[in-house]
Design a binder for this molecule. Structure first.
Ligand SMILES: Nc1ncnc2c1ncn2[C@@H]1O[C@H](COP(=O)(O)OP(=O)(O)OP(=O)(O)O)[C@@H](O)[C@H]1O
Length: 444
């Protein structure tokens, strides 16, 4: 076992339950080298759980142990050294017997995040199409491609899928995926070690640079400066840049204006929260991928009750699968209701009409009694219509019930509000952001 991983596990023993440690972390195999720590999971189910639940903690421990960020790469497989190249490869003229072994380029891509495993719906179809375009025509279709939207909606998945497709089409294509914290960490390390030239070379020599969650660059001036130059160098030589951000970059405070303007040079696509049908389809696809037997009724139950994001849905599925496995029971709707009772209750709790009204009033900085009043000024009418639409989308209440809860209004008023707001969400970026933010607050 890698010594680094052994020490990491020892530290984690204090923080995690023995059950968690034995179920999820002990089965991992590890290998560490100058590029960081590579963890091999026995299957994609374990891999997803480790990534979702423990990766941040592992990275934090590694940082403590080594005094600097240590990139962790997760993949399904084994740490056993790969077999020697086949006779065909060995016979290739370039692989001369005397040549020193060339270290493999580390792309950090997760092979499970592909376009095939990505479920398309109205909320993400533009993002998927753009990512595919970029992958089939790197540096030429849209540069940069920026995917933005709330947490757990599939931006990282699409980014990896684009990188994987680029490599599938051209195995020599040098794709480098990094989370923005890793970019910052590498830069700090390069500054400390006075190896900025190498840092620059590393990032500028790739065919495609994929950086996740660039909102973390906010307020980090030196990083932004360096990233700006990297961006320019890549852009000028038509190397592909793909970025993700948790909101439209113009809305990120403390991001340099010149960087924001560069980000707008290519294509920015919003990834929206999936609708009910897409949520159910994603669940069924994930269950299939993980080899978990889940029928449509269970998928519909979870999709209906968990609206926040796909990561939460997947978390619920993982919990169900683990419990069903443990108790040796099939996953029926009763079993799901019973097992996820607390989780489903937490999701349901926040979503009542009074809560929607309160949170919407706070968000738009208006008084609750004004929101519910008959006053028609635009500053009140719009938030009121949004709150009505949220009530329709997120609760089971009927139009007349919603009208009643909003100061005794007629159901046609609610219907009109829903129609108006849905149209706005499609055409007005600001409105869409407000809407998504409110959904996140209410369902998160
Ligand atoms: N449309 C989809 N089809 C299949 N899986 C999806 C889809 N959308 C999201 N997922 C899954 O949901 C999980 C979370 O997605 P991902 O990490 O890509 O989210 P994200 O938008 O990058 O979130 P964050 O901003 O928090 O990093 C992943 O396991 C991903 O595979």
């Amino acid at each position: 076992m890698s010594d680094l991983w052994r020490r990491c596990l020892e530290r984690l023993e204090g923080d995690l339950s023995a059950e968690d440690l034995h179920t999820w972390l002990m089965p991992l195999q590890a290998r560490d080298d100058a590029n960081g720590l590579q963890l091999f999971a026995p299957n994609s189910y374990t891999l997803d759980t480790v990534r979702g639940r423990y990766l941040q903690q592992i990275e934090a421990v590694l940082l403590q142990l080594g005094g600097k960020p240590c990139p962790v790469r997760l993949e399904v497989g084994s740490s056993a050294v790969r077999p020697a190249p086949s006779a065909k490869t060995a016979a290739a003229p370039r692989a001369a017997a005397t040549a020193a072994p060339v270290p493999a380029f580390t792309h950090n891509l997760d092979p499970h995040y592909t376009f095939e495993t990505f479920v398309e719906g109205k909320s993400n179809q533009l993002g998927k199409a753009a990512a595919m375009q970029v992958a089939t025509n790197p540096g030429r279709a849209y540069n940069p491609l920026l995917l933005y939207g709330g947490t757990g909606l599939g931006k990282t998945h699409l980014m990896h899928a684009a990188g994987n497709l680029m490599r599938e089409r051209n195995p020599d294509c040098k794709v480098l995926y990094l989370r923005s914290e890793q970019f910052v960490g590498s830069m700090i390390e390069a500054l400390r070690a006075k190896s900025m030239d190498e840092f620059k070379r590393r990032f500028r020599s790739v065919d495609a640079l994929l950086i996740d969650d660039i909102q973390f660059f906010a307020g980090k001036d030196t990083t932004q400066e360096e990233f700006f130059h990297t961006f320019n160098a890549l852009f000028e030589s038509k190397q592909q840049i793909i970025l993700t951000c948790d909101r439209y970059p113009k809305e990120v405070d403390k991001l340099e204006p010149r960087l924001k303007s560069r980000l707008g040079w290519g294509l920015s696509v919003a990834i929206e929260p999936p609708d009910f049908e897409t949520r159910a389809a994603i669940l069924l696809a994930k269950a299939h991928e993980k080899g978990v037997a889940v029928d449509e009724n269970v998928a519909m139950l979870l999709a209906k009750r968990i609206r926040s994001n796909v990561r939460d849905l997947e978390g619920a599925l993982n919990t169900l699968a683990a419990r069903a496995n443990f108790y040796g029971k099939p996953i029926t709707t009763d079993f799901a209701e019973e097992t996820l009772r607390d989780l489903l209750a937490t999701h349901a709790q926040a979503i009542t009409i009074p809560n929607i009204q309160k949170i919407t009033a706070e968000y738009f900085n208006v008084r609750l009694q004004d929101l519910l009043s008959k006053r028609r000024v635009r500053s009140l009418a719009r938030p009121r219509q949004i709150a009505m639409t949220l009530s329709k989308e997120l609760t089971e209440h009927s139009l007349p019930e919603i009208g009643e809860a909003f100061g005794g209004r007629d159901h046609t008023t609610v219907m009109h509000a829903c129609k108006t707001i849905r149209k706005f969400i499609e055409t007005d970026t600001r409105m869409r952001q407000d809407w998504e933010q409110l959904i996140r607050t209410l369902t998160g």
